[in-house]
Design a protein around this ligand. Structure first.
Ligand code: RFL
Ligand code: PHB
Length: 392
């Protein structure tokens, strides 16, 4: 087999890149280890910045997102029993975010892929990248016990944090930057009306909470828990009690409880691999970087990488400029480090890691940043997302 671009991983990064390339007439094959149902069952991101919204539109897959997505003009932050609002219209030049689940985007992209007939192979095993630093890279894999080989021009490693792509870059050529936090987020999805029209991030004496949503009838909540907690030990009743005890009194009475559709614990981590390219291999999304979920940046960063790689590949194929690939890693990393810093800062401002002094600083920071125009702009401008740079 032969193609122009092999894409490893059919998460949102791989599917979005694949659709954009296909629409531009650039042949690509997607290889995915799991089944479509497994990929769709992972409840993850919910907040989309303008950047990814416009990429999904450019890919021609935005019809349902534009109809069902909920535009949000602000976000709320609770501390000391009080709730303050960050108004994007006032503090981020009228920008907004859209609440629409990652699983919905993924489902829309899967459907588009199927409709256009471009190749995508699920349940593949033993994906290996060969000679990415040569002019003739090769990807091999197994499916149903059969060996396959694909010769290609470029490889997009969209295979998440645990994929094979990053490990293909020799250890001596990459640097990994990592910070782990002593807590995880316990997430809870329920078909109950959200507690508020906007997201509420908050900290109380009992810990962090986030009230989010997927629609007017489906809510998504999180509380932070210590890393030794097991999801099996969290009955629905126990979760609702814990969340309720963390909420400010002014909203507690509005909480509508119900059975869980999904519950999971996600560890918090900051991670970056530099550089994000090796020869003809490019790392995209979670394959190259992880943020703690506090700033809602993970998927939005992934789509930033997709944007840059797509525009670079357009230069390569449509303008015959293969040297354009050299800029990929540096372009991505500038935006990524800003979002990493923002996510790390929001995480520290909203989580009590057990240090008395730091706990007092959290309240002081929250008071300053949500109580002054300057502070509100700092949060708002980064929360709605930094713009993409132009690719030259
Ligand atoms: P994914 O989604 O992990 O997809 C990678 C795909 O690659 C496949 N794969 C392989 N395929 C072939 N061969 C191999 N060897 C392979 N190894 C792996 C996997 O099966 C999978 O299908 O990475 P991608 O596409 O880069 O997308 C990244 C996002 O999923 C991630 O950044 C976000 O979900 C992070 N995130 C959030 N991001 C936001 O922008 N806004 C949010 O509100 C937000 N909330 C969240 C989040 C992540 C969370 N968790 C659980 C980590 C909330 C949570 C709780
Ligand atoms: C979500 O709705 O799942 C969500 C929203 C905001 C975050 C993280 C997760 O910061």
């Amino acid at each position: 087999m032969k193609t122009q671009v092999v894409i490893i991983g059919a998460g949102p990064s791989g599917l979005l890149l694949g659709q954009l390339l296909h629409n531009a007439g650039i042949d690509n094959i997607i290889l995915e280890r799991a089944t479509p149902d497994y990929v769709l069952g992972r409840i993850r991101a919910g907040v989309l910045e303008e950047g990814i919204v416009s990429m999904v539109r450019e890919a021609g897959v935005a019809e349902r997102m534009d109809r069902e997505g909920l535009p949000h003009g602000g976000v709320q932050i609770a501390f000391n029993g009080e709730i303050r609002r960050v108004d994007f219209h006032k503090h981020a030049n009228g920008k907004q975010v859209v609440v629409y689940g990652q699983t919905e985007i993924t489902a829309d992209l899967m459907e588009a892929r199927q409709a256009c007939g471009a190749p995508i192979h699920y349940k593949v095993e033993k994906v290996q990248i060969h000679d990415p630093d040569s002019d003739n890279p090769l990807v091999t894999y197994e499916k149903d016990g059969q060996q396959h080989r694909i010769a290609c021009d470029y490889i997009a490693g969209c295979d998440g944090f645990h994929g094979v792509s990053r490990k293909t870059i020799p250890e001596s050529l990459r640097t990994e930057y990592e910070k782990v936090y002593p807590v995880g987020w316990l997430g809870f999805l329920a078909d109950t009306p959200p507690i508020d029209e906007e997201l509420i991030y908050g900290v109380s004496d009992k810990g962090f909470f986030l009230c989010s949503m997927r629609s007017h009838t489906r809510s998504r909540y999180y509380v932070d828990v210590s890393l030794d907690e097991k999801v099996e030990d969290w009955s629905d009743d126990r979760f609702w009690e814990e969340l309720s005890s963390r909420l400010p009194e002014s909203v507690r009475g509005k909480l509508v409880t119900g059975p869980s559709l999904e519950k999971s614990i996600a560890p918090l981590r900051s991670y970056i691999c530099e550089p994000m390219q090796y020869g003809r291999l490019f790392l995209v999304g979670d394959a190259a970087h992880i943020v703690p979920p506090t700033g809602a940046k993970g998927l939005n960063l992934a789509s930033g990488d997709v944007n840059y790689l797509y525009r670079i590949l357009l230069k390569v194929y449509k303008e015959n400029r293969p040297e354009a690939i050299a800029q990929y890693s540096a372009l991505c990393l500038r935006r990524i480090w800003h979002a990493e810093r923002f996510s790390w800062w929001m995480t520290n401002m909203l989580h009590d890691f057990g240090d008395k002094f730091d706990r007092k600083l959290m309240d002081s920071e929250l008071d300053f940043y949500t109580g002054t125009d300057a502070g509100l702009s700092v949060i708002a401008e980064q929360y709605v997302g930094l713009p993409y740079e132009e690719v030259v």
